[in-house]
Ligand binder design. Structure first.
Ligand code: ATP
Ligand code: MG
Length: 568
């Protein structure tokens, strides 16, 4: 490709809503352009990267015996109504009507449609196991679209679904996808961690996420360097870490705590430690209200709590007027004693003695509170967020925490969709059984951002060779010098003939501009043709190397080929 022909509107400045490095760089390097909230176009360079990512995914999926097909994004409502997800998706689903007033959605994920396709087209149990996939555009009306194509409202997903006649079969299909995912993310040049994920809400029996560790990741992950345990926050089991009790003994006693609302204020007012308190938070769970309690220095994990409560919608903090109505007090004084809604208590609170709680009365708390004696929980379970330094649930050593970008997700669905939609088969004895399923997603467009987030420097993107828009760029220093331009053209053609994805910067620009652009768009190697071409010498520089090396034309070409081919 000739740079003079390329649509490459690189930018110096980026809009203020581009907060993170990958978003800024993908805009500056003219990979993507925003069309609306969470809606992006891919300019030629960005599309080349996207197509390379897709190619790698396709190769590995095909190698794992998955078959590609393509479904529409515009989907009739019926299958989603049958599975119940028409309502479950709520505001996240783009819903629309046709001219006959019939309901449709723009597909957020396709479990229902793949299940229906198998119902309609697979005639015998002998056709299983079967794994089908597509690389296709998905639509989710995200509450907070942000970070460019990391969380957008239209994005490309690779979604695969496996169909088996037994749980053992599902285990095997899952393993094949798991292995393929490891190869895919390695080939994409991502530094990733596989974590155990929560499968409670979807009703399956196992689930893992592929996470790219990054401070801008929206998922918390807990991992142990000693034993290899890794889980996301929703799944990570918390081990109790008992703290000394408040010294005071005796019976529960009401205390006056005027103008004290937060744990910090209470700590200084009472001269106690945050872990001497148990805080009570009131939530709305679908159309009911519940209370949850954790130690004062801990946070409630709302996904664990949601799964425990078994509600459909995400938990929401109760509205202040409801808190007042339920506790007969201003917000900030809720407690379990005398509260008329179910109280879910974190298991660590069970290790506490003589603790302090809100008294359901404005400006009042109770001290010397003990579970069993002073109140009875509805349920005691693990509902807190794991913290750095907590004991690893597997080996007991201190756990580490990090933020992660979820780039892939593998999930043993079991019979949730096959049962809801009626995907059964007759086994060899003529008995009717339900097919068991797995689903496997990769955020294809999100992978681009994750790769940039992990591979950049102050000059721009550093694409891994496997997904770089071009593998090498040839730069004649002086576009008006015929000897230089002719030699550059020759090198460019030779590289192309050797199967290398080459770009030539044939623009009449100053060398500084050319070098800056080459670095910004992240081309892994460059060959600079300058004055020394008279002696047959060019400059060879890998994007990550601190400086360039002089080489003969032949050696430079050979080195590009070696460098690129070993990294594809
Ligand atoms: P998240 O928790 O980030 O919202 P999810 O768990 O809802 O994602 P899945 O249903 O598991 O997503 O979808 C499969 C993959 O699609 C995810 O692992 C992620 O990489 C990608 N993905 C999901 N939502 C988006 C989005 N809004 N923009 C870009 N990629 C997305
Ligand atoms: Mg997921």
């Amino acid at each position: 490709m000739r740079m003079s022909n390329l649509l490459l509107p690189t930018l110096r400045e980026v809009p203020a809503d581009a907060e993170i490095t990958s978003h800024k760089l993908m805009l500056r390097a003219a990979m993507i352009r925003r069309l609306g909230s969470g809606i992006y176009s891919y300019l030629p360079l960005g599309l080349r990267v996207l197509q390379k990512v897709e190619k790698i995914i396709r190769e590995e999926m095909n190698n794992a015996d998955a078959q590609e097909l393509l479904m529409p994004a515009l989907l009739p409502a019926e299958a989603y109504q049958a599975s119940g997800r028409w309502d479950v998706f709520g505001a996240s689903m783009f819903k629309l009507k046709d001219r006959y007033d019939r309901d449709y959605c723009l597909g957020p994920t396709h479990e229902e449609l793949f299940t229906q396709t198998v119902i309609d087209n697979v005639k015998s149990y002998k056709e299983y196991p079967m794994t089908l996939y597509q690389i296709q555009t998905k639509y989710r009306d995200e509450a907070r679209p942000r970070f460019g194509v990391i969380r957008s409202r239209e994005f490309v997903m690779k979604d695969a679904y496996s169909f088996d006649t037994s749980d053992e079969g599902l285990d095997e299909s899952y393993k094949k996808m798991y292995d393929a995912y490891n190869r895919i993310f390695e080939r994409l040049g991502l530094d990733f961690t596989v974590v155990d994920a929560d499968s409670g809400a979807m009703g399956g029996s196992g689930s893992q996420e592929f996470m790219v560790k990054s401070p801008v990741g929206e998922d918390g992950i807990a991992y142990c360097d000693c034993c290899g345990y890794a889980a996301n926050y929703e799944k990570a089991e918390c081990v109790n870490a008992p703290k000394p009790s408040a010294e005071d003994g005796g019976d529960m006693e009401k205390i006056h705590t005027p103008n004290v609302h937060t744990i910090e204020e209470l700590v200084s007012f009472l001269g106690a430690e945050p872990y001497n308190f148990a805080k009570t938070i009131i939530y709305k769970a679908d159309d009911k209200y519940i209370a949850a309690m954790v130690r004062g220095d801990r946070e409630i994990n709302e996904v664990k709590l949601k799964n425990l409560v078994g509600c459909t919608d995400d938990l929401e903090l109760a509205e202040p007027y409801m808190v007042r109505q339920l506790t007969n007090a201003e917000v900030g004084f809720a407690g379990p004693v005398g509260l008329d809604i179910p109280v879910y208590v974190d298991k660590e609170v069970e290790t506490m003695k003589n603790f302090i709680i809100g008294a359901n009365e404005t400006d009042m708390h109770y001290k010397n509170v003990n579970i069993g004696k002073d109140f009875t929980p509805h349920t005691v379970a693990d509902i807190r967020v794991i913290e750095e330094g907590d004991a690893c649930p597997r080996c007991g050593k201190p756990i580490k925490t990090a933020q992660g970008i979820e780039v892939g997700h593998v999930f043993k669905l079991g019979t949730k969709y096959s049962e809801a939609l009626g995907l059964t088969f007759q086994d060899e004895d003529g008995q009717s059984k339900v097919v068991t399923m797995g689903c496997y997603g990769i955020g294809v467009t999100r992978c681009l951002s994750a790769a940039v987030e992990q591979n950049n420097d102050e000059n721009g993107i550093i694409w891994p060779v496997s997904i770089a828009p071009f593998e090498v760029i040839v730069i004649p220093v002086n576009a008006k010098n015929e000897e230089q331009t002719e030699a550059a053209e020759k090198i460019y053609n030779e590289l192309k003939a050797k199967g290398i994805d080459a770009l030539i910067d044939d623009r009449n620009e100053r060398p500084g501009v050319k070098f800056k652009d080459a670095d910004l768009i992240g081309i892994p190697v460059r060959i600079v043709v300058g004055k020394k071409i008279g002696e047959g010498i060019v400059e060879y520089k890998e994007r990550t190397a601190p400086s360039s090396a002089e080489k003969t034309v032949g050696a430079a070409v050979d080195d590009v080929v070696k460098f690129v081919e070993s990294r594809r």
